[in-house]
Write a new protein. Structure first.
Length: 757
């Protein structure tokens, strides 16, 4: 670990915020006193800003209500002549413009108020001093989770994502530089100071001379995990910062060991992109593909805690279900890249035939028969079959569908059905009880009625459901039963289907996907930039893509792929890290390291008797729960936990931590949960959320990406983890690396030789 100069009246190895006995020493430290006074002053200014902004928002709300009432009384609806109608429309336009301006003001003030509330919890977490000219005094900058200026526009806190804040994350003391507005600004970094702050209370500070791999990080890491992932803004490390602030490239592929903070870095990267593209990047233009719904719930509070909105968070299965026809599941059948290449080759020279189209039917009515679609296709025969021709056919179908509904809107049957609607149905459809005064009004209402009834037909046209993709695939590929991956890839090749609005796609646990699945996402989000994060050693399913294959897929779709590595574990103790590092493949195990404090040595116990194994499993659960309860009790009285961490305090609700029994498969997890039902162990599934404490039984596929205070591997026998299977090595690596503080490995039978000394 790099050297840290600790500037506080306490022992070097003690954690921030010692007992009140140190208060006298703190009062004699002029730096502590000065920083404490500055914090109190800053917090008071934030409170003042909050009060002023709340008052302003209330005045705006009252003024908007008064203006709306006044304008409503002044505007009268007069449609008797074209000029009167135009004047009425102009009045409404002016009213809407005024209301829109009020809404914009309130939205801006609401966003600023959210930033103030964020800073009131912790006004800042660091400070740098920069000397820009040799003979001038250094300028001080306090760094926090959001930027804020006082009522005189003087900067109080700079955002951690601002260019100047990078000097805190990645630069050594001395001469340095950063980029802002396209310019390189040189300066001398004379001070890098870290703070442990809660609201307006300064618990401690540290001056560091290099990087930030230091006591603040250790204090943060020693705290127990929570039921949701927390932001790591204050403790982003140098190698993590390289990913967070990496230049915007088509594809960034990050390989990181277990516990290296890949997912945390991903979330910080999203927040950084939102900051860099404020006002132009909408959260709806960013997609985050997560391994499972449980993991999605685990991370969904990170960005809101940083004052940002969440992107679109979904699993691969949910992504596929949006694009597949009803009744076709995402499927897990293996599909080779050769199969997808065959689709591309076939689509390069194919032609539609008469049976490739189907009728457009809706609500029992055949609106456009397949024969008409064939005639439309014949009009564009001079254009190669594929996305361009399909687009032209689609546009023609939309026009014909609109024309068809206009024809139907003039029929007596349409009028009869419309006037047969109940009052409730009329109010729901038209917003009023209908009473047309002219034939034109009658036709307009009938058309609206039919557009609602046949709305699904427009969706069918837009989504190209008039194309028989399965039939085309069977004809082109000689395979009448395509997998869902092949079906969707063929649909994209035929129609050009893609999401052109997506700007960024983040895929976590990228090693869990096949090359074909990644090719599907690369093609659908063809205009987006990708951030791919994973660990080759956590590929727990046969047939998934290697990192070399991942690189090939995205080089083919996006042109270039840049690589980053994260080789430091911030999750597990050195003892646990050493254990799972032995299971890492290639040369990586020599590069893996941990920055955690020393902890308990992992226990590895082998049993030849099934009954003894069950007794040992129960004993391990009981002991871990007992230790957790004892630590929580000590914490609740202001004591210290096993890692030397100061307790939460009686009023803060101490947590006993979370113990996980990580089972290799779902069926094994269900069996263990039933076996331990009397212990209070809870089985986790896709619908679950992580509890704060207790004992959970979780299948490995759901445990990926999560972390637990204590982990029990219920059966690490040679039968469950055969040494000759590389996937078994990766599954054991993944299971062990879920633990932060303690691991117990049990074996029901001969211990796997993967763990042999």
């Amino acid at each position: 670990m790099e050297h840290v100069e600790e500037r506080q009246c306490c022992e070097e190895e003690q954690v921030i915020g010692q007992s009140d006995a140190n208060d006298m020493g703190r009062e004699s430290d002029p730096i502590f006193v000065a920083e404490r006074d500055h914090l109190v002053e800053t917090h008071a200014k934030l409170r003042k800003l909050e009060e002023a902004l709340v008052a302003k928002m209330e005045r705006t709300r009252a003024q908007a209500a008064a203006d709306k009432e006044s304008m409503a009384g002044e505007v009268s609806i007069d449609l008797s002549t074209d000029d009167d109608a135009m004047e009425t429309y102009a009045d409404f336009l002016a009213m809407n413009s005024i209301i829109s301006n009020y809404n914009i003001m309130q939205e801006a003030d609401t966003e600023k108020l959210g930033q103030i509330h964020l800073l009131l919890r912790q006004p800042y977490f660091a400070k740098v001093a920069l000397r820009f000219k040799p003979n001038e005094a250094p300028r001080e900058f306090y760094i926090g989770n959001a930027g804020m200026s006082d009522e005189m526009c003087r900067r109080m806190v700079v955002d951690w994502r601002s260019p100047i804040a990078e000097t805190y994350y990645s630069q050594d003391n001395g001469m340095t530089s950063y980029k802002a507005d396209g310019r390189v600004i040189k300066a001398e970094l004379t001070l890098r100071r870290q703070f442990d702050i809660e609201e307006d209370r300064l618990n401690g500070y540290f001056d560091t001379t290099v990087a930030i791999q230091d006591s603040l990080l250790l204090a943060s890491l020693s705290r127990r995990r929570t039921s949701q992932m927390q932001a790591i803004t204050a403790t982003i490390q140098r190698e993590q910062n390289l990913v967070v602030r990496h230049e915007d490239v088509p594809v960034l592929l990050v390989s990181g060991i277990a516990g290296s903070g890949k997912t945390s870095v991903l979330m910080q990267r999203i927040a950084y992109l939102f900051y860099q593209q404020r006002g132009t990047l909408d959260p709806r233009e960013v997609y985050l593909i997560t391994p499972n719904p449980l993991f999605g719930r685990y991370i969904d509070g990170v960005l809101p805690d940083m004052g940002e909105r969440n992107p679109e968070i979904l699993t691969y299965d949910a992504f596929m279900r949006r694009l597949l026809p009803q009744g076709m599941g995402p499927g897990q059948a293996g599909v080779s890249m050769e199969s997808l290449a065959a689709i591309d080759k076939a689509c390069a020279s194919f032609e539609f035939d008469s049976d490739d189209f189907r009728d457009i039917e809706c609500a029992g009515e055949r609106l456009i028969p397949a024969s008409q679609i064939r005639k439309i296709d014949n009009k564009f025969r001079n254009i190669p079959a594929g996305p361009h021709r399909v687009t032209l056919i689609r546009e023609e179908l939309e026009r014909r569908l609109a024309s068809r509904l206009k024809q139907l809107a003039s029929t007596e049957s349409a009028y009869e059905e419309m006037f047969g609607l109940t009052i409730e149905e009329q109010l729901r459809l038209f917003g009023e009880v209908i009473d047309p005064q002219t034939e034109a009004e009658e036709r307009a209402l009938a058309l609206k009625f039919l557009e609602t009834r046949y709305a699904d037909s427009f969706r069918m046209v837009e989504e190209d459901e008039w194309l028989r993709v399965d039939r085309i695939g069977g004809r082109l590929l000689g395979n009448p039963s395509m997998t869902s991956v092949e079906w969707l890839y063929l649909r994209m090749a035929l129609t050009g289907l893609c999401d052109r609005s997506a700007k960024y796609v983040m895929i976590d646990e990228v090693q869990d996907y096949t090359a074909a699945q990644l090719a599907i996402m690369a093609r659908f989000f063809r205009k987006a930039h990708f951030l791919l994060l994973g660990d080759p050693n956590q590929s727990i399913t046969e047939g998934t893509a290697s990192f070399a294959e991942i690189k090939n897929v995205f080089e083919a779709s996006h042109g270039s792929v840049e690589l980053c590595q994260l080789m430091t574990s911030y999750r597990s103790s050195p003892e646990i890290t050493t254990l799972f590092a032995r299971l890492a493949g290639g040369e990586e195990q020599m590069l893996i390291s941990s920055v955690q404090r020393e902890g308990a040595a992992p226990e590895v116990l082998e049993f030849t008797d099934a009954r003894q194994h069950e007794v040992a499993l129960r004993a391990a659960v009981s002991r871990m729960v007992g230790e957790a309860d004892a630590e929580a009790g000590a914490d609740a009285h202001g004591g210290y936990g096993r890692m030397g961490e100061r307790g939460a305090g009686a009023g803060e609700g101490a947590s006993a931590g979370l113990t996980a029994i990580v089972a290799p498969y779902t069926q094994a997890a269900k069996k263990i949960a039933a076996q331990l039902a009397d212990t209070g162990a809870v089985l986790l599934d896709d619908a679950s959320s992580l509890p704060e404490s207790g004992v959970v039984v979780v299948p490995l596929k759901l445990a990926k990406g999560l972390e637990f205070d204590r982990v029990i591997i219920p059966d690490a026998s040679e039968r469950v983890f055969p040494a000759g299977e590389d996937v078994a090595r990766r599954r054991l690596y993944t299971s062990i690396s879920r633990a932060t503080h303690e691991v117990v490995v049990l074996s029901n039978g001969p211990l796997t030789s993967l763990l042999a000394e």
